[in-house]
Design a protein around this ligand. Structure first.
Ligand code: PRE
Length: 301
């Protein structure tokens, strides 16, 4: 059976996403996001499931940095999970002095903690489930976890449905080594990382290549190129599939301008169909290509 590495341990939100994206496969928990990616790069797992962005806290930087460096991986599927938390403690604890969780989770319950556990010190853990393990081990008094962790660990539920922002969501990717792309569906997302020269207008030029081909951007993040202060990589997600003419044409234009790493084209979890700019459909591109060929052949009408 194929192995899917996921950002664990058992009981993370990522485990739930992996169950949805890779049902029936063997799920292997990894302590960190880089470890999950490395398992795929070393051939120890076929694919990896990791979080990529949260609607409150934004990008999961370990995932972005891990995708920009080392051998390429591509996203073949995504899942979008609603995020509300359960606060767990040991049955023997009566005063909560420390509360641990993943930094993304702590940021999403900051107001709740101020109101309900004002005396408690928040401590960063490697994941929500790692915080639950640390509470079991007596390291901390409480953990902010995924609801499923209440079934995974022998802890007492202090609060449920905790979220400062209602309707918060996290998006997760299923990543594999480069290979055949999932078929286009009309509701796809393409992701790239682009490293431009540091000069006036370089980013604007990249964005114009997309805009002028009628491509709608869905995310733009910048991450520093480590060891080179002031230099950045840009992570771009946009609507459409590499198999579509406007996307292929835009990627070729970007490649001429800068260093581009393709991070995959896959169906969107929310099923939102791509808005295709006027004159940017596949048949518009095919007509234009035929016309150029006719000109070259001296056949222009
Ligand atoms: O720690 C977990 O449970 C995770 O799956 C990670 C993660 C994240 O990186 O954003 C996933 C969803 C929540 O937003 C909080 C934490």
């Amino acid at each position: 059976m194929s192995r899917i590495a996921y950002f664990g341990p058992a009981g993370t939100f990522t485990e739930q996403a992996a169950r949805r994206l890779a049902a029936g496969r063997e799920l292997v928990p990894m302590e960190t996001i880089p470890a999950a990616l490395t398992a795929v790069r070393k051939g120890e797992a076929e694919m990896a499931c990791v979080p990529v962005e949260n609607s409150v806290e934004g990008p999961v930087t370990a995932t972005l940095d891990g995708l920009a460096e080392d051998s390429p991986l591509v996203a073949v599927a995504e899942a979008l999970l609603p995020v509300h938390f359960t606060v767990l403690t040991r049955p023997d604890v009566d005063t909560i002095r420390t509360v641990a969780s993943h930094p993304h989770a702590l940021a999403q319950v900051r107001n709740w903690l101020e109101r309900n556990l004002p005396e408690a010190t928040a401590v960063a853990a490697s994941s929500t489930a790692a915080a639950a393990v640390a509470v079991c081990d007596g390291e901390y008094d409480a953990a902010v976890t995924a609801p499923v962790a209440a079934q995974t660990y022998p802890l007492r539920v202090l609060a449920e449905g905790v979220a400062d922002v209602p309707d918060a969501r996290t998006r997760f990717l299923l990543l594999s080594p480069p290979g055949p792309q999932p078929e286009p569906t009309g509701a796809d997302r393409t992701s790239i990382v682009a490293s431009t020269a540091n000069r006036t207008g370089a980013l604007a030029e990249l964005l114009t290549e997309l805009a002028s081909r009628g491509i709608n951007l869905t995310r733009l993040d910048a991450r520093p190129i480590k060891g080179n202060f002031g230099f950045y990589r840009f992570f771009l997600d946009f609507e459409g599939h590499v198999a579509e003419a406007r996307v292929g044409d835009a990627l070729a234009a970007l490649k001429r301008r800068c260093d581009v790493r393709f991070l995959g084209s896959h169906p969107r979890a929310d099923g939102v169909r791509a808005t295709v700019g006027a004159t940017a459909t596949d048949s518009d591109f095919a007509d234009a290509t035929r016309w150029v060929q006719a000109v070259r052949n001296g056949e222009q009408a």
